[in-house]
Write a protein that binds this ligand. Structure first.
Ligand code: FE2
Length: 286
């Protein structure tokens, strides 16, 4: 890439916040040739179908049966017509395409010097592109990855909530999330609203979303393209495995303490869980 993605002040802000705090950043990818609707339609054609999730659009309320289209709009048409389609498209694991892998690695490479001394090696580098019609909403949820969302076209508001506020979600919800036992979307309560911080994102803005910070997203009045760059770390894996170990202890009638926040690394519980998982694996194959 000919110029840096993150200007020096964005890197400084990221360094002051990582890994625990959300922070608004800026980036230089708004006119990147791989992030136009046309390029993304071509990417959608190249990705395996299980890496594409999309809503092919709403039909008018009063449509006559003979006017209902025989086939739903293909994803490429949905992307090209996103302004009018009343739809959303998620292109997942874009690094499966070599050009997008190079872009993802260039972006994350600029963060490595901040990330690795704190949370260990950057692992499982994955990129996602969200293409959304005006007014679209992404429901309340949290994600297991370290994430930076880069707004490329259009605007959206992400409302972020405190990480691991156990008044909002009990330790059990966190444990079940790591064990894949509940739907990604989180139950909403109006009592949470006052804890949220809305962050407006326009083209050229980015947001660091800490691991498992709950959020929901409201799209603005224009079609939106955003790029999410994610990674995992020793620290995030250890927190996840400590949660899973706590779940085992809870099943045995114990009341384990929740994993400690960064800079604690939760190594003992994570190693204990990995040992148990290994033993279980051995028993299965015996
Ligand atoms: Fe998310």
């Amino acid at each position: 890439m000919d110029r840096a993605v993150f200007p020096p002040e964005a890197l400084a802000a990221f360094a002051a916040a990582y890994p625990g705090a959300p922070v608004r950043l800026s980036h230089s990818l708004t006119d990147h040739p791989l992030l136009t609707l046309e390029a993304l339609a071509a990417l959608a054609e190249a990705l395996p179908t299980d890496s594409i999730e999309y809503n092919p659009g709403k039909l008018p309320i009063g449509i006559a049966p003979e006017d209902v289209p025989a086939a739903t709009l293909p994803v490429t048409d949905t992307i090209r017509n996103i302004g009018a389609a009343g739809s959303w498209v998620a292109l997942k694991r874009i690094e499966q395409h070599p050009d997008y892998a190079a872009l993802l690695h260039a972006i994350l490479g600029e963060l490595r010097e901040v990330v690795e001394p704190r949370t260990g090696k950057m692992m499982q580098l994955e990129g996602f592109v969200f293409i959304t019609s005006p007014g679209g909403v992404t429901p309340f949820h949290f994600d297991p990855e370290h994430n930076i969302l880069l707004q490329v076209t259009g605007s959206k508001t992400m409302t972020l909530f405190p990480v691991e506020d156990e008044e909002m979600f009990s330790a059990r919800v966190h444990e079940e999330f790591h064990l894949g036992k509940h739907h990604r979307n989180l139950p909403w309560s109006d009592a949470f609203a006052a804890k949220g911080t809305p962050v407006g994102l326009t083209p050229g803005a980015a947001l660091h979303v800490p691991v498992k910070a709950p959020h929901w997203v409201q799209n603005g009045e224009a079609p939106s393209i955003s790029l999410s760059v994610t990674w995992r770390s020793d620290w995030s894996y250890a927190e996840a495995d400590a949660r899973a170990f706590n779940h085992m202890l809870r099943e045995l009638g114990m009341h384990p303490a929740s994993p400690a926040a960064f800079p604690a690394h939760n190594t003992a519980k994570a190693l204990a869980y990995r040992a148990v998982r290994k033993l279980k694996g051995l028993r299965k194959s015996a």
